[in-house]
Design a protein. Structure first.
Length: 300
């Protein structure tokens, strides 16, 4: 039988790519907790798990010590999990452990987080990554969705209160969005939502957490950011949206946003939910005061 050389070359390259994809690396997949669905690759010979900012795998919340446990990759390739004298213990398959050689499928519990130990090839890693994106991101804007936002806010609020660090939250809403939908149609509205989200994403810091809170409302979590600094960020976003020339099917659509910023600096607000309520109240104050403006908490 005769073979086409080009076909043979293509098949060989396919085989090489497939072979490369079958190289499996060790990972933890979070099954339960605020990071459910997230994959942590074990990419270092030694990795610390805990709530310390320098931990390689970081979890906030009750029951997690600063340096809770560590993972060691041994010279023979085996992977050992060690408890670091944590306050509440490290569990594997329901049993408290001090040292344990991890096996495929082992389930590790640290605080409220449950992790599955597994080996994955690049195809499986890509699938897991896409599943996590689908579970945590808004499909239209690419921002975090509301569920993920609430989990992040809970974690960030716990971090701020535990370490006495400031935390600012901005709630942002597109002005007269219903009128945009009614005048130009819902496809135009989707175009505006996507465009505004993109402007926000390229304006904020990489460590900030931007989410679509619902409808035309967005939320921005700013770690270790005082009210004045948060106000500057919000004004930069608001001004950039105001100046942007949004067009849809040849029609220019003027767009502005209103913003409310609340900050935890110790004391009030006492909960993450109260912080959202405070920022939302300031957002509606911005609406009442004429829209296309930013309102912040008054200094006591």
């Amino acid at each position: 039988m005769e073979h086409d050389d080009k076909t043979l070359m293509f098949d060989t390259r396919d085989l090489q790519r497939f072979t490369a994809s079958k190289k499996r690396t060790a990972s933890f997949i979070v099954l339960a907790g605020s990071q459910a669905g997230l994959m942590h690759k074990l990419s270092h010979a030694e990795m610390i798990i805990g709530r310390a900012s320098e931990a390689h795998i970081r979890f906030e919340g009750y029951g997690v010590s600063r340096h809770h446990a560590k993972v060691d990759i041994q010279p023979d390739g085996s992977i050992v999990l060690m408890d670091l004298n944590s306050t509440n213990g490290t569990f594997c398959n329901g049993q408290t452990i001090e040292t344990h050689t991890l096996q495929e499928g082992d389930k590790v519990q640290i605080g409220a987080a449950v992790l599955k130990f597994t080996f994955q090839d690049s195809v499986e890693e890509d699938f897991q990554r896409r599943q996590y994106e689908l579970a945590t991101r808004d499909s239209l804007t690419g921002c975090f969705n509301k569920k993920s936002f609430l989990e992040h806010l809970s974690s960030e609020f716990a971090y701020a209160t535990r370490h006495n660090k400031v935390l600012s939250l901005a709630m942002m809403d597109i002005d007269h969005f219903k009128k945009i939908n009614d005048t130009f149609g819902h496809l135009a509205g989707d175009h505006i939502l996507s465009g505004v989200a993109n402007l926000m994403q390229v304006t904020v810091r990489t460590e900030d957490i931007l989410a679509r809170y619902g409808g035309e409302e967005f939320a921005l979590i700013m770690r270790e950011t005082l009210t004045d600094a948060g106000f500057i960020t919000a004004e930069r976003i608001r001004h950039r949206v105001e100046l942007e020339e949004f067009t849809f099917e040849g029609q220019r659509i003027p767009v502005t946003i209103s913003v409310g910023i609340a900050t935890w600096e110790g004391g009030e607000p006492k909960t993450a939910e109260a912080l959202v309520q405070a920022a939302d109240g300031l957002l509606y104050q911005a609406k009442r005061n004429g829209r296309n403006r930013t309102e912040r908490m008054s200094r006591s």
